[in-house]
Design a protein around this ligand. Sequence first.
Ligand SMILES: Nc1ncnc2c1ncn2[C@@H]1O[C@H](COP(=O)(O)OP(=O)(O)OP(=O)(O)O)[C@@H](O)[C@H]1O
Ligand SMILES: [Mg+2]
Length: 457
Amino acid sequence: MRTTPKADPALLVVEDDAEIREQMKWALSSDYAVSEAGDRRSAMAAVRREAPQLVLLDLGLPPAADSASEGLAALREILQFNPGTKVIVVTGNGEQAVALEAVERGAWDYVSKPADLKALKVILERAHHMATLEEALRRSHQVPTDGTFCRMLGQSPGIRQVFEAVRRVASTEVSVLITGESGTGKELVARAIHALSARKDGPFVTINCGAIPETLLESELFGHEKGAFTGAHRQQKGKLEYAQAGTLFLDEIGEMSLPLQVKLLRFLQDGQLERVGGRELIRVDTRVLAATNVDCREAIASGRFREDLFYRLSVVEIAIPPLRERGEDVLLLARAVAQRVSNDLNQRVKGFSPAAVQALQAHAWPGNVRELENKIQRAVLMAAGPTIEPADLDLPGGEPAADQRTLREARAQLEKECIQRALLAENGNISRAAEQLGISRQALHDLIGKHGLANPR
Ligand SMILES: Nc1ncnc2c1ncn2[C@@H]1O[C@H](COP(=O)(O)OP(=O)(O)OP(=O)(O)O)[C@@H](O)[C@H]1O
Ligand SMILES: [Mg+2]
């Protein structure tokens, strides 16, 4: 593996004839850090070990030295390991068809035996130049490593893959299906795609297919003409039309009824729609993103979801991993939320005790980031000191706080929590918080004093 930027580029020579291998090595080692392999297995071992930028690959490798099968298999495996590798295949004389096939399968170039060293050097130099450019380009497109990306936090490999996918699809127009358990950040991902796309200055329109009764969903999506049905007193544009030049986010797409699925598919196919009760075809240019937390493939199998629509919507699928599979992200998110809530509420909470950290890591987070946000917000409110303890988190299996408390303490704690919740909900408005709590403003002021609470803004 190259360690310093000045080191020679790594080149792997895969060739079963030891003599030719030696010649190559001798001719090329002034410009390259050459390693060698005599068959596919040792070639792959070297690829994994050295991650060479360049590979010179003889296609006729043992045990099938007379055909190109081993060489082509090696080509596939090398590119699978790193698609950026520049592989130059070496073929016997008169095997141009095989050489072209290799290029079709991703080889950078080919030379035929016996290789003309001067020509080979030129090819290698060009390949090296291109690989270096591509690497630089990839690096410049990489997601920043500070753990934030379009309002999303995370450093785990799983979430970084999501960020990468978002960046890749954002510049395209393809339909994206975002899948993930409830609370994993599907809507945030959809917003990120929109924000990074060329449509960012257009509208981002959300429609939750699960929250709207089926009969209303159609006119919500497609709009309706005056008199289309009882109660349609005036013409109304649908959400699809409002998404013109922007992005339409279809949340909980798995809940959409079959007849509506047909209508949506038709729109996706021709980019035109008809309002309910309308005759005019309206052209709408919008990009469609969809999300689901149910397994669409299962829904297809049981006939609740149309396969053709599924393929339309899921040209690319971004699967967001559940929080419990994101390792340290739990703590990263917990700290960020604690800090935010603490600031918002003027609380002194600074962090988590070691036991609380352990409890956070042990919990399975079935409600994912949303659950974490709720639990941390509550914990900040509950914490007696600057450090959040396991009991404040109220996680199952944790020490229930009430166990050691006297009735007076429990009452006081509950009182404090209710007041803070009300203040939080009413944005610190004393009158409205008092009303919510069913007490007078003066009583609320007194209680705020008694509990030493700071009023949020
Ligand atoms: N990576 C993240 N970093 C910071 N906040 C996040 C992240 N992922 C999710 N959140 C927050 O978690 C909450 C849930 O996110 P979101 O609404 O996008 O999830 P969802 O998958 O659409 O949930 P549901 O299935 O319930 O609709 C939001 O408050 C969001 O801001
Ligand atoms: Mg959502």
